[in-house]
Design a protein around this ligand. Structure first.
Ligand SMILES: [Zn+2]
Length: 253
């Protein structure tokens, strides 16, 4: 194995994500979509409010998915101060996973996050990402809604409204899952494209309760999924497929 200066660095970065079953790159010519370079995901699990027990499982699952799929790499951090324009320059998607509360982003950091997504990159939010940064309205616009309450923690049916997004492929028309189901201060439906909603009848209720959605944000893309309260959800292959698809979609692949 011959290693030259710059190539050594690239190779070392690629090794953790590509170990195992990664596809080999073609020798030349066009790169088919399946052999594109892995999407680089920066996963933030910082909390300033409630801290979910499932954060550990979330980090483990994302790391394992990255290693087994070879389609993305993930760097998990708890360090809010590490989110800067410079560090974001090394990523394709920023992922707020189970974050809560008023994370201490400076105005410069806030601008960097908004510019990152609006310039053509991707945002992912999961579960309490909507229970985060209530005092930063642009973040609310980015994630799509703010958490209101969780009236139902029980098995329920989730309706797939749009199965054509990569994140909902293979889910069928509906599925059942044990979760903590969120409602939001305002129904985001007028502003976002809803992928999943709660089957209200399955919890003995009525009304419209979107649970996952997408939206464009400038030239970039934003995806949110309200599931993810329990570690079991993160270990559920159906949830994992949603996240893997969402990463590809958010990265514009
Ligand atoms: Zn929760």
């Amino acid at each position: 194995m011959r290693i030259f200066g710059g190539i050594l660095i690239v190779s070392l970065w690629a090794i953790p994500a590509c170990s195992g079953s990664s596809p080999s790159m073609p020798a030349g010519g066009g790169t088919p979509p399946s052999a594109q370079t892995p999407v680089r995901v920066l996963m933030l699990t910082a909390t300033r409010g409630f801290r979910h027990d499932s954060i550990g499982a979330a980090r483990e699952v994302m790391s394992a998915m990255a290693a087994s799929s070879g389609t993305f790499t993930v760097t998990a951090t708890e360090d809010v101060s590490s989110i800067t324009a410079t560090t974001l320059g090394g990523y394709d998607v920023i992922f707020f996973a189970l974050t809560t509360g008023e994370l201490e982003f400076t105005p410069v950091q806030r601008t960097a996050i908004l510019n990152f997504v609006s310039s053509g990159k991707g945002f992912l939010g999961v579960h309490s990402a909507t229970d985060t940064l209530y005092e930063w309205s642009d973040y609310g616009r980015l994630v799509g809604a703010y958490f209101k309450e969780h009236p139902w923690t029980q098995p329920a049916t989730v309706i797939v409204e749009d199965g054509s997004n990569p994140s909902t492929a293979g889910l069928g028309d509906r599925f059942s899952i044990n979760e903590e189901f969120y409602t939001f201060r305002e129904n985001p439906r007028p502003r976002v494209h809803v992928l999943l909603r709660l089957d209200a009848q399955s919890v003995g209720a009525s009304g419209d309760y979107p649970l996952a959605w997408t939206q464009s944000f400038g030239s970039g893309r934003s995806y949110y999924n309200a599931l993810g309260h329990f570690s079991e959800t993160w270990r559920d292959a159906r949830f994992q497929r949603q996240l893997a698809g969402a990463i590809q979609w958010a990265a514009g692949r």
